[in-house]
Write a protein that binds this ligand. Structure first.
Ligand code: ADP
Ligand code: AMP
Length: 216
């Protein structure tokens, strides 16, 4: 099953991707995580990306498309994958099509901008594996420590309220048109994301036709 998670920054794409991974056993491909790892490691792509990410802008299409193209060639993507944060522009969606990738489901997680602003101040991420938490809505079991790999949680530089405003504007201008792109292909499913994490997961798994322990 090849899945795309669409939604504003902070809509809960990463959080839901982690849940779908558990149920469907397919990898989460987060371009944000890949870019942050490249920036941390100081690779050429990471150096190119840095100024855009820190300013709340999108990294140029060519850089991100190349990253995804390479990632999708890896063995663990053979039975499907969850794209979290890609595509974010129409040219990226077209590039994915040109790679010959068939998409089965596009889950659009809808959350109002006001809710996003509140969520971002409490977001914490694992500096090592990229797992996402929230101080109130999705706290780690041990304070400031990743449940999955035990590393320290950090605050993302681009989660500053001023940068979040810019990222939301970029989302509305450049990423939202993808809803129409995928509606035309009959693969778009809208989910109301302004609900507790478990309820959003239940709706997402239902949309994917996956039976889960959360049903009932
Ligand atoms: P995205 O990947 O779309 O940028 P995240 O999954 O990182 O978004 O979620 C943004 C923040 O909101 C995180 O701190 C996350 O723990 C929290 N969050 C995610 N889903 C919900 C939800 N349904 N209700 C409340 N907080 C949520
Ligand atoms: P995310 O972790 O998905 O919120 O992404 C963090 C930042 O990485 C974004 O604000 C962009 O600067 C960059 N980024 C991630 N995915 C993409 C993409 N598909 N296209 C362009 N830039 C991206």
């Amino acid at each position: 099953m090849n899945i795309i998670l669409l939604g504003a920054p902070g809509a809960g794409k990463g959080t839901q991707a982690e849940k779908i991974c558990e149920y469907c056993h397919i990898p989460q491909i987060s371009t944000g995580n890949i870019i942050r790892a490249a920036m941390r490691d100081g690779t050429e792509a990471g150096k190119k990306a840095q100024e855009f990410v820190n300013a709340g802008k999108l990294v140029p299409d060519a850089v991100v498309i190349e990253m995804v193209n390479e990632r999708l060639k890896q063995d663990d993507c053979k039975n499907g994958f969850i794209l979290d944060g890609f595509p974010r522009t129409v040219p990226q969606a077209q590039a994915l099509k040109e790679m010959g990738v068939e998409i089965d489901h596009v889950i659009d997680i809808e959350v109002p901008d006001e809710t996003i602003m509140q969520r971002m101040t409490g977001r914490r991420v694992c500096g090592e594996c990229g797992a996402t938490y929230h101080l109130v809505y999705n706290p780690p079991k041990v304070e400031n420590t990743c449940d999955k790999c035990g590393h320290e949680l950090i605050i993302r530089k681009d989660d500053h309220p001023d940068t979040v405003k810019d990222r939301l504007q970029v989302y509305h201008e450049q990423t939202e048109p993808l809803k129409d792109f995928y509606k035309e292909l009959n693969v778009l499913y809208m989910i109301e994301g302004d609900k507790p994490v478990e309820e959003v997961t239940k709706d997402t798994l239902n949309a994917l036709g996956v039976k889960s322990a959360l049903e009932g």
